[in-house]
Design a protein around this ligand. Structure first.
Ligand SMILES: Nc1nc(=O)c2c([nH]1)NC[C@@H]1CN(c3ccc(C(=O)N[C@@H](CCC(=O)O)C(=O)O)cc3)C=[N+]21
Length: 292
């Protein structure tokens, strides 16, 4: 039986935030620059509210300015576009994050397209997706960036490894595949229509699960020794009626088979926020013309 390593994303993210805080302090001392992140939340989804609160707190702790905009659920698309345009013009704002999902009456694609690409710290704008695809410097989506940093720390060397990404979303699956390709992995993107998903997964030296289905990936889908990154955050009710959060991978089954695995919670989630702060710092430096 394999002794499976736990990939402690929470501890890794805390170290990253400390580094970012030191860099932010240096930017302020030497250039008088304080990176600013605007977070826009429309409506009052409780999960989003908790998540936004964490982001605001960690931004402030890293010595950066957090500007929060809470708008009522009835906000019109035109009003939200106007706010984003104002933030695009605001020189104290270096990063803009519009929390998703947006209320149904607002076209998310239109809002994301309105964010200035150089302030798009989520990396969701088509220009940043294109830059990633052709190998130019842009802003890279936070969750896949966090996964890559964990892989680089826990699974070297990446070059030549077979990587399977389960999920093809624009937010995680596709940019994750681009990043792994950039590291010279042999990349497969699998999804709900893949003919034999378990068999595809068994080929993976590196498996990234990002489908949003609780414990879809079973222990016997894993190649012994595979490095498993679990992006899923699924709220489920267990046999005793208690709510808990599970990933897209059956964690207990994976123990003893995988070489290493990220837990949920405490794996990819904290890395997403750390990468958001990293992107904000990068965006601020670029807008001020300061080399990183
Ligand atoms: N424009 C936009 N950008 C996003 O990046 C974005 C978004 N909208 N909408 C919602 C999702 C979700 N998301 C999470 C980030 C961190 C944790 C996180 O830190 N989770 C911890 C704690 C989980 C808990 O205990 O509640 C963990 O996994 O250990 C979770 C979820 C970012 N999102």
């Amino acid at each position: 039986m394999m002794d499976t390593r736990w990939i402690d994303g929470k501890a890794f993210a805390a170290r990253m935030r400390a580094e970012i805080a030191a860099e932010a302090a240096d930017l302020r001392a030497r250039h008088g620059l304080e990176p600013g992140l605007a977070v826009v939340l429309v409506g009052d989804d409780p999960a989003s509210r908790i998540y936004v609160r964490n982001k605001v707190q960690q931004t402030t702790e890293a010595g950066m300015r957090s500007l929060e905009h809470r708008l009522p659920a009835e906000t019109t698309e035109a009003e939200l576009v106007a706010l984003v345009e104002a933030l695009n013009r605001d020189r104290a704002v270096h990063g803009i994050l519009v929390q998703l999902p947006l209320p149904r009456h607002i076209d998310s694609a239109r809002i994301l397209a309105t964010i200035a690409p150089e302030k798009d710290v989520d990396g969701f704008h088509v220009v940043n997706a294109g830059r990633l695809a052709v190998g130019l410097d842009g802003l890279v989506p936070c969750t896949p960036l966090g996964c890559l940093l964990l892989l680089k720390a826990f699974a070297p060397p990446l070059a030549g490894a077979r990587a399977v990404v389960v999920g093809r979303s624009n937010i995680v699956g596709k940019p994750m595949a681009q990043l792994l390709l950039r590291e010279s992995c042999t990349v497969t993107i699998a999804h709900s229509r893949t003919r034999d998903l378990p068999e595809e997964c068994r080929r993976a030296d590196i498996l990234v699960a990002a489908v949003g289905q609780p414990e879809l990936v079973r222990g016997d889908w894993l190649k012994p020794g595979a490095i498993v990154i679990d992006v899923g955050i699924n709220r489920v009710t267990d046999a005793e009626g208690k709510a808990r959060i599970v990933g897209d991978v059956a964690f207990k089954e994976a123990l003893g088979v995988a070489g290493a695995i990220t837990p949920v919670p405490g794996g990819v989630g904290p890395m997403t926020i750390a990468c958001l702060l990293r992107n904000t710092l990068t965006a601020a430096r670029r807008q001020a013309g300061i080399a990183g």
